[in-house]
Write a protein that binds this ligand. Structure first.
Ligand code: NAD
Ligand code: UDP
Length: 310
């Protein structure tokens, strides 16, 4: 198949490109490099089955020839990034999703939206299942991302209902692994790089907030299975193994063989207090569940960053 990946030079997008190429597809990666990097796809340069287009997905997309599937991943994703680029984040969720859906309609392609657990906001139900409508502060700092993705989900369903586009929505929970940026502010690269640099680990608030971390190859596998499936979703994609951020800091420190200090910093506004996916739907409909445990995944991530920060 000929497959378009928007956000293809980003963290998850570049791993998705690798996975699709390994299974014999022709891949077009489209990215404006606002938070991604050509370094993530440098190893694909020169391949006849891969093409990179430097383009902003909020502008009209022209692609010659057939496109069978569109994976729409373009969007700043780390809280630090979407706070630095609030307008761009709203635009890519709204205008970018509109353009990507328009292309899918024009090419009669199937379309997958990379949505997020942030549509649940600071959840009042735990764990979160797909039928929970969420608790989002539209005018808080995180609203630029959460509302952009909620709008993107609504637009995706409108194209499905009114134009008959074959769509799928994945609600991705915290995903980590090689090719995250060391400075993207997310907790995994932050703690891993702090341990490698012998710096104190910066736990926001008292660290009692929880997250559930999924290794990138597991997330990518779920996206591919969802695209191949008959279902529309939304489908939660994440690892249900939940821990507090303080426990996570201790885990990373131990794995790095260091006794780094833990320092506390102010908790960002509207930081969700708990997060854990209910993945019953993915298990049942996609036959999917995470395979890479936290220890293995963090070791691989540490190996990736070791060369860079030491
Ligand atoms: P990332 O920042 O590494 O990748 C996003 C990519 O999109 C970047 O390469 C960026 O340059 C590109 N992009 C942004 N705006 C664009 C625009 N207007 N035009 C073209 N390209 C644009 O982030 P990621 O972690 O790989 O996230 C990928 C997708 O998955 C995002 O849509 C994100 O919301 C979603 N997601 C990720 C996570 C996670 O934990 N990593 C969790 C939930 C959802
Ligand atoms: N966090 C932290 N220290 C850091 C970075 C993040 O304690 O240096 C916390 C953050 O407040 C949140 C959790 O770790 O509670 C996960 O943050 P991340 O930015 O990775 O993603 P989020 O799940 O908030 O989107």
């Amino acid at each position: 198949m000929r497959i378009l990946v928007t956000g293809g030079a980003g963290f998850i997008g570049s791993h998705l490109c690798d996975r699709l190429l390994q299974t014999g597809h022709y891949v077009v990666a489209l990215d404006n490099l606002i938070t991604g990097s050509v370094d993530n796809i440098a190893h694909l340069a020169g391949r006849r089955d891969f093409k990179f287009i430097h383009h902003d997905v909020t502008e009209f997309i022209f692609i010659q020839g057939a496109i069978d599937c569109v994976f729409h991943l373009a969007s700043p994703a780390s809280p630090a990034d979407y706070l630095a680029y609030p307008i761009q984040t709203l635009k890519v969720g709204a205008l970018g999703t509109h353009k990507a859906l328009g292309l899918a309609k024009e090419k009669s392609a199937c379309f997958l939206l990379a949505s997020t657990s942030e549509v649940y906001g600071d959840p009042t139900e735990h764990p979160q299942s797909e039928d929970y409508w969420g608790n989002v502060n539209p005018v808080g700092p995180r609203g630029v991302y959460d509302e952009a993705k909620r709008f993107a989900e609504a637009l995706t369903f409108a194209y499905h209902r009114y134009h008959g586009v074959d769509v799928k929505i994945a609600r991705i929970f915290n995903t980590y692994g090689p090719r995250m940026r060391a400075d993207d502010g997310r907790v995994v690269p932050a703690f891993v790089c702090q341990v490698l640099r012998d710096e104190p680990l910066t736990v926001f608030g008292d660290g009692s907030q929880t997250r559930s971390f999924c290794y990138v190859s597991d997330t990518v596998e779920a996206l591919v299975r969802l695209m191949q499936s008959e279902i529309t979703g939304p489908v939660n994609v994440g690892n249900p193994d939940e821990m507090t951020i303080l426990e996570f800091a201790e885990f990373v420190r131990k794995l790095g063989g260091k006794d780094s200090r833990i320092v506390h910093r102010e908790l960002p506004k509207d930081d969700p207090k708990v997060r854990r996916p209910d993945i019953s739907l993915a298990r049942e409909k996609l036959g999917w569940q995470p395979e890479v445990g936290l220890e293995e995944g963090i070791k691989r991530t540490m190996d990736y960053f070791r060369g860079m920060v030491c």
